[in-house]
Design a protein around this ligand. Structure first.
Ligand code: NDP
Ligand code: 2IT
Length: 449
């Protein structure tokens, strides 16, 4: 095993996020490999860590000043053994091959857990939508899709949103795809309701994460009511996490963005959340503006000289990291533990470092990895694809009930797989093992392709 990781690392030495994601999975699936020698025989590790295809392209576009800008576009088509490639697009200046390969790798297992027929992929660009006009964003999206369109399709690869890609970007991307292909198909998910979107898709990741957390609490005869919760981020996932926690009677006291975080001891109620949604989605403002309106809250700016994030250093029962990768390090995890945390449920992808995860597992906390807890987003994307194929729209209640059922099933699948391999209650091991076994068996069925 460690020889395998050594050669993987040596092959692409700069891809640290990808190596981190692979290492976690490989370490936890070791007992599966021991029990199934035919997997090693078939070189499943070598195959599952090598993308089926990587597409990289130049995206030139013109800004509002008439200056030519050049960004880099990517799509990682990681694994299609259980369905068409499926996964989001991320527009953020930090985007590179390592980050997208880690996200695509995680997506393969996540999608396998949803019970739906979706392979795994991820893509995006180092384009930063922040501070750009709508016209600039549109021109960029058109440039990006004018290459990507030849590599995707409703039965081939179906992208969606992620950081920096929301309803506005999906609209521009869809418009140019439709024009270039001369067809109206469900090639993207996260579309607006009036033209092929699904009810509950915007809510799905956040709601799904809270459903998963409720399932974990139920195993301890507990529930979210009256629990104090820390949420990071203030985008799509964070907003609907807060919405569902409020509905279930919990209290959320933090939100953040890349400039800092707000702490509101009284709790973010429905009215304050509506303000945050307007602030972030319509005015595209900063979370610091929350304290201009709610002066009892405190804003703390990011301090890069600190080796911990003070957001994770408040008294709380539950934490829902919903911003980005590696946002909880070992010190943050220790601070959470010292403040009495009982549950960590990951809305973001890989928000906890390996050191943080070890602390959560050591303390036997309820810890749900992103590939299980945030799978509600891609699950409802799968339901959007199903509705598009049928040319029908299900009512809100039906999609929500299916989302709840899927999250409950993922929770049970994780528990069963963890117990089967002697690690009861370890959701990380359970998610990795169950996802891995499903994908590897499909790969073996389909031969060497
Ligand atoms: P959004 O773009 O809507 O929001 C992202 C939020 O995280 C913003 O508040 C942003 O702040 C903050 N953020 C982003 N990068 C950083 C950073 N480097 N440091 C600190 N804060 C940061 O994205 P989503 O809510 O869609 O995504 C959040 C997380 O959830 C990501 O990890 C994504 O991969 C994951 N996810 C998303 C799904 C979805 O359906 N959208 C599904 C499953 C997982 P700022 O505005 O300052 O950039
Ligand atoms: O990380 C994720 O699961 C997403 N960004 C959602 C992917 C999707 O296809 O809906």
């Amino acid at each position: 095993m460690s020889d395998f990781l050594k050669s993987l690392t040596a092959r692409d030495p700069g891809e640290k996020e990808f190596h981190q994601a692979v290492k976690e999975v490989l370490e936890t699936v070791q007992p599966v490999l021991d029990r199934n020698p035919e997997y090693r025989q078939a070189a499943v590790l070598e195959r599952i860590t090598e993308p089926e295809r990587v597409i990289m392209f130049r995206v030139p576009w013109m800004d509002d000043q008439g200056q030519v800008q050049v960004n880099r576009g990517f799509r990682i088509q990681m694994n299609s053994s259980i369905g068409p490639y499926k996964g989001g697009l991320r527009f953020h200046p930090s985007v590179n091959l390592s980050i997208l390969k880690f996200l695509a790798f995680e997506q393969v297992f996540k999608n396998a857990l949803t019970t739906l027929a979706m392979g795994g992929g991820k893509g995006g660009s180092d384009f930063d939508p922040k501070g750009k006009s709508d016209n600039e964003v549109m021109r960029f999206c058109q440039g990006f899709m004018s290459e990507l369109f030849r590599h995707i399709g409703p039965d081939t690869d179906v992208p969606a949103g992620d950081i920096g890609v929301g309803a506005r970007e999906i609209g521009y991307l869809f418009g140019i795809y439709k024009k270039l292909r001369y067809e109206f198909t469900g090639v993207l998910t996260g579309k607006s309701l009036g033209w092929g979107g699904s009810l509950i898709r915007p809510e799905a990741t956040g709601y799904g994460n809270v459903y998963f957390a409720s399932e974990m609490l139920a195993t301890k005869n507990d529930r979210l009511e009256d629990k104090t919760c820390l949420v990071s981020g203030s985008g799509n996932v964070a907003q609907f996490t807060v919405e569902k926690i409020i509905e279930l009677g919990g209290k959320v006291v933090t939100l953040s963005d890349s400039s800092g975080y707000i702490f509101d001891e009284a709790g973010i109620d429905r009215e304050k959340l509506a303000f945050v949604k307007r602030l972030k989605n319509i005015r595209r403002g900063r979370i610091s503006e929350y304290i201009d309106k709610y002066s009892e809250a405190v804003f703390t700016e990011v301090d890069t000289t600190l080796d911990f994030n003070p957001l994770w250093n408040h008294k709380a029962h539950c934490a829902f990291p919903s911003a980005t990768q590696n946002e909880i390090n070992g010190k943050d995890a220790q601070n959470l533990v010292n403040n009495g945390i009982k549950l960590i449920s990951e809305g973001a992808n890989m928000p906890s470092t390996p050191e943080a995860i070890n602390i959560f597992l050591d303390k036997k906390l309820l810890y749900a990895p992103g590939k299980a807890a945030n799978a509600g987003g891609v699950a409802v994307s799968g339901l959007e694809m199903a509705q598009n194929s049928m040319r029908l729209n299900w009512p809100r209640e039906e999609v929500d009930a299916r989302l709840k059922m899927i999250m409950r099933s993922i929770h049970q699948t994780c528990l069963d797989a963890a117990a089967e391999y002697g690690m009861p209650g370890n959701y990380m091991a359970g998610a990795n093992i169950a996802g891995f076994v499903k994908v590897v068996n499909a790969m073996l069925d389909q031969g060497l392709v």
